[in-house]
Design a protein around this ligand. Structure first.
Ligand code: S3P
Length: 434
């Protein structure tokens, strides 16, 4: 379990074109390749632990995977087969929830498990609606926790499901189940969550349509597949959630600027940059192309930050809230995050872990059930814990660019951003120890 120490940064002006490829899109590219009957070609697949676990599972389900000159070619099997072992999703909620929906509709027996953190995260949010349409899934605590044992079968019931939460993972699991269902289905969520699944599946020719509803909320209509989908040919853009750590770095270190290259500019993914803009940082979005999603660069320049209140479109910036908490801790005034109870069921309870670590750095913070308030000013050098959560580790290392920081248990960074420390060391001195 390595610990990392970072020293205060000098002002920097950097262009970063090696941000980790997008995690959400990488998971989906690997899984969706199984819906075609021809090889999919994926360039710039994220080689982080989470997505490599997903790729391994795709292989265990019978696909052949070739990795040559940076391009991963996934040739699906004629029929997805029953694996002779458990399927390990590691730390990834996305992997486990999407596979739950997908495997429920396939003939066979499948066991999904993960690391100790994932085995403690709520799975009822996918298990309950999947059971309602006839899926046979069991798990610990009545199906709330993994390992999950799935007895899959062809053709689940069509549904009209209103999800109580805006969750892209739940939505994706249900869309995957509906594509192999017995009739037309409809999925509603209270607010649009990230929509990579809809965009990518539509790009592959899937019979689904989606729209924002007048009374609020968002609905997806799904017709069952009558033929295999077109294969994917995709270059995965860089991950705006990973890039955001360096956006905060530029925003808080006086005299600094960063250009983050080739990010997905999908509106459901860049809301945190808009909040940073509202706090006073200079942020510029430069769209360059559109492949399933708008793609381009984001430039962030330092400016004195002031407090902000974040209470809507939470699902659009949920993964960036730990890094935003760092910006809030150095901004002038008291910031507040509310309606963010989903933070409690991420890779760690991120309300608890953000609050605890900020306190260790001398920041005045108040914890609420659905968020926190942060009195900005200075973020002192402290010794903090990742609590096994990659985004907590990275957020506090970025915070250390001001006055230094020591973060314990940093191995988790490899789940989503294997070259993070290498990039961080372009801004400051980084010491890695045990
Ligand atoms: C993800 C969806 C989000 C996000 C997670 C990745 C995805 O979770 O927090 O890191 O790839 O679908 P929700 O399902 O809660 O929206």
């Amino acid at each position: 379990m390595s610990r990392v120490r970072v020293e205060p940064a000098r002002p920097f002006d950097l262009t970063i074109d090696q941000i980790a490829p997008d995690k959400s899109i990488s998971h989906r590219a690997a899984i969706f390749s199984l819906l075609s009957d021809r090889p999919s070609r994926i360039t710039n697949f994220l080689r982080g632990e989470d997505t490599l676990n997903t790729l391994t599972i795709v292989g265990k389900l019978g696909a052949s995977i070739e990795d040559r000159e940076g391009v991963i070619t996934i040739t699906p099997p004629e029929r997805v087969g029953e694996p002779d072992d458990i399927l390990d999703c590691g730390n990834s909620g996305t992997g486990m929830r999407l596979f739950s929906g997908f495997l429920s509709t396939l003939d066979g027996f499948f066991v999904l498990t993960g690391d100790r953190y994932l085995r403690n995260r709520p799975m009822g949010r996918v298990v309950t609606p999947l059971r309602m349409i006839g899926a046979q899934i069991d798990g610990r605590e009545g199906g709330e926790k993994a390992p999950l044992a799935i007895r899959g079968r062809d053709g689940l019931e069509p549904f009209n499901y209103r999800s109580p939460i805006a969750s892209a993972q739940v939505k994706s699991a249900l869309i995957l189940a509906a594509l192999r269902g017995k009739g037309e289905s409809s999925y509603w969520e209270p607010e649009l969550s990230r929509d990579h699944t809809e965009r990518m599946l539509q790009g592959m020719g899937a019979p689904l349509s989606a729209k924002l509803e007048e009374g609020g909320g968002y609905r997806v209509h799904i017709r069952p597949l009558t033929a295999p989908l077109d294969p994917l040919t995709i270059t995965i853009p860089a991950d705006p959630s990973s890039a955001f750590f360096f956006a905060v770095a530029a925003a808080i270190v006086p005299g600094s600027q960063v250009t983050l290259k080739n990010l997905t500019l999908n509106p459901t993914r860049i809301e945190a940059y808009r909040v940073l803009q509202r706090m006073g940082a200079q942020v510029e979005f430069i769209e360059r192309e559109n492949l399933y999603e708008p793609i381009g660069d984001i430039v962030v320049r330092h400016a004195p930050l002031h407090a902000v209140s974040v209470e809507e479109r939470i699902s659009w910036l949920i993964d960036e809230l730990p890094a935003l908490a760092i910006a809030m801790a150095v901004a002038e005034g008291e910031s507040r995050v509310s309606h963010a109870q989903e933070l409690r069921v991420k890779e760690s309870d991120r309300i608890r872990t953000v609050v605890e670590n900020l306190r260790r750095c001398g920041v005045e913070v108040e914890e609420f059930e659905d968020g926190y308030s942060i009195k900005g000013g200075t973020l002192k050098r402290g010794v903090v814990d990742s609590f096994g959560d990659h985004r907590i580790a990275m957020a506090f290392l970025i915070g250390g660019l001001l006055n230094g920081m020591e973060v314990e248990d940093t191995d988790c960074i490899a789940t989503s951003f294997p070259n993070f420390l290498e990039l961080l060391s372009q801004m400051s001195e980084v010491h890695i120890g045990d």
